[in-house]
Design a binder for this molecule. Structure first.
Ligand SMILES: [Zn+2]
Length: 469
């Protein structure tokens, strides 16, 4: 039974929510972070980037993970939440208050903030203008890692040519130039290489993700203008490495040679839609493969692991999709914690930017995070969801904009893992948000992750941890 609408002030008064809410009892998780070594050097650095994993996503993912384990959820602790060093990160691009992944990932991998949509090119260039990039090329962390003799790994559940993974190895005045066909005709032949070509010409040890279509010609598996194009074959011939398209082939590839894995034509399949027996490796499986391969490097390694589809679930206005991706991301991080030495490996977890994603209402403790707002029993109404002024219930999770926008009369919202949450402003794709994101760090050099920092400072934290001048 659905109870009568209540004005929000009445709910607040009932709950004692005036200046501050009565805190719910907190259960000890028993997982307290262990202080890491101070001011020592890292042999290895792993940077986990949850694309679009703002703080509200971390909170919702924590509750969701706990509830899947049969707990109330709020008290649950995600693996990286035990890290003792945390910072807030300012994510804006040089020309955008609310950023995109190209500008933000460039900040982390080149040490310089740049314009929205640009990769490895400074803000003095003009977006989409090939010639304007000359003289504005930024350093790329991926290049420096290899130049200094370390091993390099790049992992994403998105296309490997997508903005975040591309920021490790590519420079482009437009993030959309993923394949040659993505470069507008007027900009072709001006010495700007597409991002897929830059990957196969780059030096790396492990690159695993999606995005196969950008690497093959239209006669084959792809979309390249060179209809017989086969960039992975060129790469394998140059490096002696293994090119693989399935988890099974990845497992069978020689451990002492580089590996390039492209497991889907575009992004990898959402966890929600993943079929049993899928040939695609999970993010955890890719992380495990990369660590196993890279750890034999005597000098050390840099590994970037992106959960690329938290962002996509949010853009679709479907929080359950985003949270399932976030849980797989957390599992990959747990794997890294369990399979590296904290005396020699710095692990950092962050997001490139946030989303307009909220945790709202006054749901009771343990309320289904993907469900309708059901008030605490102490409010005197225990028999149904809280109603809005329109007499309809609403979900705890929602968006400020996106495809779930209510137009006209509001429906009773759908709930569950595949539901689309209701939103305010109608947009085909829900947008990023501009508030700070968190950075969590553990291991040598982690003590530098403190305070409120500009996002490009993450590049310095990585280099300082390695002890590079
Ligand atoms: Zn996005």
């Amino acid at each position: 039974m659905i109870r009568r609408p209540l004005h929000i002030a009445i709910i607040a008064a009932t709950l004692g929510l005036s200046a501050c809410a009565t805190p719910a009892p907190v259960q000890s998780s028993g997982t307290v972070g262990v202080a890491g070594p101070q001011n020592s050097r890292a042999k290895n650095v792993i940077l986990f980037i949850g694309d679009g994993m703002g703080v509200s996503t971390v909170t919702a993912a924590r509750i969701y993970a706990g509830q899947k384990l049969g707990k109330m959820g709020e008290e649950h602790v995600l693996p990286f939440e035990t890290f003792e060093n945390v910072a807030l990160v300012k994510t804006y691009n040089t020309n955008a208050q609310v950023p995109d992944s190209a500008g933000t990932a460039t900040a982390m991998h080149s040490g310089v903030k740049t314009k929205i949509g640009m990769l490895g090119i400074g803000p003095g260039a003009t977006s989409g203008d090939c010639a304007s990039g000359a003289g504005h090329e930024l350093p790329l962390l991926g290049e420096e890692v290899k130049r200094r003799g370390y091993a390099l790994g790049i992992i994403s559940t998105a296309r490997l040519t997508h903005a975040t993974p591309a920021s490790v190895y590519a420079r482009s005045v437009d993030r959309n130039w993923e394949a040659d066909i993505g470069i507008p005709e007027g900009q072709r032949g001006l010495m700007c290489r597409d991002i897929a070509l830059q990957l196969v010409e780059a030096d790396f040890d492990v690159a695993l993700g999606g995005g196969r279509a950008a690497f093959f010609g239209r006669d084959g598996k792809g979309q390249r203008l060179d209809t017989a194009g086969d960039l992975p074959r060129q790469w394998a011939a140059r490096t002696g490495g293994s090119y693989v398209e399935s988890a099974q082939a990845l497992a069978a590839a020689p451990a002492d040679k580089p590996v390039l894995g492209l497991f889907a034509p575009s992004h990898l399949t959402y966890m929600v839609e993943r079929e049993p027996g899928s040939s695609e490796p999970t993010l955890t499986e890719m992380t495990a493969s990369a660590i196993a391969r890279l750890k034999s490097d005597p000098k050390g390694y840099y590994l970037m692991v992106e959960s690329g589809r938290i962002d996509h679930g949010h853009h679709a206005g479907q929080a359950g999709y985003a949270l399932e991706e976030a849980l797989e991301f957390a599992q990959a991080i747990q794997y890294a914690i369990d399979n590296t030495d904290p005396e020699e490996t710095l692990i950092m977890v962050t997001a490139d930017h946030s989303h307009v994603f909220t945790i709202a209402g006054y749901p009771r403790r343990g309320n289904d995070i993907l469900g309708l707002v059901i008030p605490p029993e102490s409010s005197g109404s225990v028999d149904g969801p809280t109603l809005g002024a329109d007499g309809k219930p609403y979900t705890t999770l929602g968006y400020a904009n996106g495809p779930g926008a209510v137009q006209g009369e509001r429906d009773v919202p759908a709930t569950g893992v595949t539901a689309r949450q209701q939103a305010l402003v109608p947009l085909g794709s829900e947008t990023h948000a501009g508030e700070d994101v968190a950075l969590y760090a553990h291991g040598p050099g982690a003590e530098r992750a403190r305070g409120v920092i500009e996002q490009n400072r993450i590049y310095d934290i990585i280099r300082d941890a390695f002890g590079w001048e």
